[in-house]
Design a protein around this ligand. Structure first.
Ligand SMILES: Cc1ncc(COP(=O)(O)O)c(C=O)c1O
Length: 389
């Protein structure tokens, strides 16, 4: 018997990272040393207190049961963090919901708020789960082009009325992945007015909230007056505290959205391992110093990579935030042909911009999750490759 996947699942492309992994394996088998700058998984350890909490609680045999939901102190700690860092007041009772990573919440959000055929506005290029989650839920993604001329912000006025009439939700991500741009307060204010006028839920992914360079700070969407009435914001421990493998995050904002998502989660999952929850609380309590060190490290890596690429003849823009460089590729290549050729010739793994949407064509994403000397080595190899063409 042959089993056909559902139509919704058939529409999903095979994740680009799987394709890259296969190509990378082939290059490794050929004996070339690989430098992987494709996946955004932090290479640095979390704060010491985080590891200590995991060690302590993992030795308590009574903590291995289902937790079902957040432990009682968790939501209050998230609320305190949000107030201190972004000036946003949250009610821990119904404006915070713990997630198995922001990914899981993002993956399920569309399922909880849209019906088949509803339109969801998604950034193009955008982080792949935005479009995929809409397709899984039977919705219709409508790509909003993010273009350099507009600071990589969507042009809200360019979305056709007919689309707006069917649109139920918009997904956004600033500072973003793969496009590392930031949104300012004025844009978020406009967004709140737009959302109210057209009755569109705003879901802002703030996963890179703390990895911001050059002394700047990112604006939380929820810090704009009226935002909580029209939207939610996702956040994560993965990047801020190097806890990607722990799988813990949260969503804050509109209580009815959180309630609906919580209802779905009560069927799909039974809570996060207690030691991980305690470790996440410890992370929120660590204070400014860890985050500052983190920012300094990524900023130094960014500078090292971008300057070395420039020395090799490839000028790319310095990202204002995140752990990525969104680099315009030299003329004469498609993003995929560039990435696969660079991989074969140099052993450096990049991600083709096209993997994030049509408007990603012409760019590649380079991650900063390697020490500075490895990044410089990667830049040198790419420089030699470009010179030899
Ligand atoms: C923009 C964005 N959102 C969400 C996630 C998922 O993060 P988490 O580990 O919290 O699930 C990532 C991970 O790379 C990301 O880049």
């Amino acid at each position: 018997m042959r089993i056909q996947p559902s139509k919704n699942i058939q529409q999903l492309p095979l994740g680009v990272f799987n394709q890259l992994l296969r190509a990378k394996r082939r290059v490794m088998e050929s004996g070339k040393p690989v430098i992987d700058l494709s996946v955004g998984s932090p290479d640095l350890p979390p704060p010491r207190e985080v590891m200590e909490e995991i060690r302590k609680w993992s030795m308590d045999g009574s903590k291995y049961g289902y937790t079902l939901e957040a432990i009682p102190s968790f939501n209050g700690k998230v609320a305190a963090f949000y107030e201190e860092r972004y000036g946003v007041r949250l009610n821990p009772r119904d404006e915070v919901l713990q997630l198995i990573g922001s990914q899981d919440g993002l993956a399920h959000l569309a399922m909880t708020v849209i019906d088949p055929g509803d339109v969801v506005l998604v950034p193009d290029p955008g982080y792949p789960i935005y479009e995929a989650s809409v397709r899984i839920a039977g919705g219709v993604p409508y790509p909003m082009p993010l273009e350099e001329e507009n600071g990589f912000l969507p042009r809200l006025e360019a979305i056709p009325e007919a689309v707006l009439g069917r649109a139920k939700m918009m997904l956004l991500n600033y500072p973003g992945n793969p496009v590392t741009a930031m949104a300012d307060r004025a844009f978020f204010e406009e967004l709140v007015r737009f959302a109210k006028k057209h009755e569109i839920l705003i879901a802002h992914d703030f996963t890179y909230s703390e990895l911001v360079f050059d002394g700047r700070r990112a604006v939380s969407f929820l810090s704009v007056p009226g935002a909580k009435e029209v939207g939610v914001e996702f956040n994560s421990f993965s990047k801020t505290f190097n806890m990607a493998g722990c799988r813990i995050g949260y969503v804050v904002g509109h209580p009815e959205v959180l309630q609906a998502l919580g209802r779905l989660m009560s069927h799909t999952q039974y809570g996060i391992f207690y030691p991980i929850q305690k470790a996440a609380e410890a992370a929120l309590d660590t204070g400014d110093a860890f985050i500052r060190r983190q920012v300094e490290t990524y900023q130094a890596r960014r500078d090292a990579l971008v300057e070395r690429l420039a020395a090799g003849g490839w000028e790319v823009a310095k990202p204002p935030a995140t752990m990525y460089v969104w680099a315009k590729i030299p003329e004469g290549w498609s993003s995929e042909s560039f990435v696969f050729r660079v991989l074969e010739e140099t052993g450096v793994v990049l991600t083709p911009g096209r993997a994030f949407g049509e408007k990603g064509e012409g760019y590649v994403r380079i991650t900063l999750v390697q020490p500075e000397d490895r990044l410089k080595e990667a830049a040198d190899r790419i420089g030699r490759f470009l010179e030899g063409r």
